[in-house]
Design a protein around this ligand. Structure first.
Ligand SMILES: Cc1cc2nc3c(=O)[nH]c(=O)nc-3n(C[C@H](O)[C@H](O)[C@H](O)COP(=O)(O)OP(=O)(O)OC[C@H]3O[C@@H](n4cnc5c(N)ncnc54)[C@H](O)[C@@H]3O)c2cc1C
Length: 437
């Protein structure tokens, strides 16, 4: 075997993490260097097949799906260069491995989402974010990209070289090119002082504005059918780590173990019990610890779920949250997962969900196997009233005709797409829906 055959496997089914999306690609390719990436793209051209790249498979939408040529970058994960705070990596590296490698150089990404198993390219392609009004999504740290274009040529973009391409491609939805390398601007490695507290909706709402502004990274979870709220406040500290026992965090208990794991298991058998089970969940006390930043930002998710998340203007948060709480009581199927609320500063990235405005991110979840359509559709109606923007990697029903009004830079993005991918080599049903043909 030579060339592309050597890195291409026979037809087999690809599935995402949640198991709600799958594909049976004609070619499933695992390149190990950039020449092989280019070969895989040319294979798509030669056979007329759509080419998609899959990172960690952690999107809930069909954004990464194709039955054509599927490229996995799991063998393309090296650190390429470290220049001061700017680190260039191969695009398949997972956030967890990247964070460990950065730590070895005394560096860290400024902000992360709540898991670390996405690839860096997959994470930035959908605008993956954490929380913190003074911070932005991960894509905002990107200062350089190498893109393999649809014709197999390679385009490097940075703050000085084709900056207009960099500007758009930081959140590119996989629609502009195959990201071969990513350069991220890091900050010196830091520890976070994490404080996790149980409180009530009423107490929290009176203080929310201060908490969002006074903490570097603030978020909270609301437990449906209850007044219970769990808050997380994370701030940079020079203090040394307090040790591994601090890892026993409320969120992990809540999402993975005794709490919602049990609620979901029992709730699947007897849905009407869910509200009662939720009120019985543990929800008191304070957990406090110091450890390295990426261990605070991220944690494993063992209970599989489906998720929808919308970004709304920050000042619309209170109204949306109140309406969502009222909605939950009216749903035909009970909700067995907490609602996650995060806050992020506005940025200048055209397809970032926080583009041009400080934003609140509200995420709703249902366990795999439980009904989710009515909940997510009603949630969409609420956020529609305040110009909510869907997370590109999480379940939503938006189409290009609605999205064009939500993003001032939407048409500029589509113009760049016309220039870089005139034959729609990266097109799949998801991109056709959200960007059009
Ligand atoms: C349990 C869980 C927790 C999550 N938590 C968060 C969170 O805290 N915050 C948040 O914002 N999101 C979160 N997400 C969503 C997730 O971060 C995004 O969907 C992200 O895009 C997944 O990254 P991935 O590497 O799995 O990419 P994939 O889902 O595999 O791909 C996503 C997109 O990126 C494209 N892509 C991948 N690699 C390349 C490349 N090299 N070149 C061009 N395009 C490429 C794909 O084609 C696709 O369009 C979560 C998802 C799950 C399942």
């Amino acid at each position: 075997m030579t060339g592309i055959d050597a890195i291409s496997t026979a037809r087999k089914t690809w599935k995402n993490w949640a198991g709600n999306q799958w594909a049976v690609p004609e070619n499933w390719v695992r390149p190990t260097n950039e020449d092989e990436l280019v070969d895989a793209v040319r294979l798509g051209n030669a056979t007329g097949r759509v080419v998609k790249i899959v990172g960690g498979g952690h999107s809930f939408t069909d954004i990464a799906c194709t039955n054509g040529v599927l490229i996995s970058l799991d063998d393309y994960t090296e650190i390429v260069a470290v220049n001061g705070h700017d680190v260039t990596v191969q695009a398949g590296v997972r956030i967890g491995a990247l964070s460990s490698a950065l730590e070895a150089h005394g560096l860290a990404l400024p902000n992360l989402g709540d898991i670390d198993v996405q690839s860096i390219a997959g994470a930035i392609s959908t605008g993956t974010h954490g929380t913190g009004l003074g911070f932005n999504c991960i894509s905002a740290a990107v200062v350089g990209l190498r893109l393999v274009l649809a014709d197999g040529s390679v385009l490097a973009c940075s703050e000085t070289e084709r900056p207009e391409v960099l500007h758009q491609a930081r959140v590119g939805l996989g629609a502009l090119g195959l990201i071969s390398e990513v350069t991220v601007r890091c900050e010196p490695h830091f520890n976070l002082h994490a404080v996790e507290k149980a409180t009530s909706v009423q107490k929290l709402m009176g203080r929310l504005d201060g908490l969002i502004r006074d903490n570097e990274h603030f978020e909270f979870y609301w437990l449906p059918y209850t007044e219970a709220v769990l808050t997380k406040s994370n701030n940079r500290t020079d203090a040394a780590p307090t040790g591994g026992e601090g890892k026993r965090r409320l969120e992990q208990e809540l999402l993975e173990n005794i709490g919602f794991g049990a609620v979901n298991m029992l709730g699947r058998k007897a849905p009407s019990l869910i509200p009662k089970l939720a009120t019985a969940l543990p929800g008191s006390g304070v957990t406090e610890y110091v450890t390295r930043s990426h261990d605070v930002f991220t944690s494993p998710r063992r209970v599989r779920f489906l998720e929808s998340e919308y970004a709304v203007p920050l000042d619309a948060f209170g109204e949306v949250f109140d309406r969502l709480r009222a909605l939950v009581d009216t749903l035909p199927a009970p909700v067995s997962f907490p609602v996650e609320c995060r806050f992020l500063g506005g940025d200048d990235i055209p397809l970032s969900m926080a583009s041009g405005r400080d934003s609140a991110f509200i995420a709703i979840h249902t366990a795999v196997g439980m009904p989710h359509e009515a909940y997510m559709a009603s949630f969409e109606q609420i956020v529609d009233d305040v110009g909510g923007r869907p997370h590109w990697g999480k379940l939503h029903r938006k189409t290009e005709t609605e999205l064009v009004d939500l993003y001032p830079g939407f048409d500029d993005f589509r113009d760049l797409r016309d220039e870089l991918d005139p034959d729609r080599r990266w097109q799949n049903p998801y991109l056709a829906r959200v960007l059009g043909d």
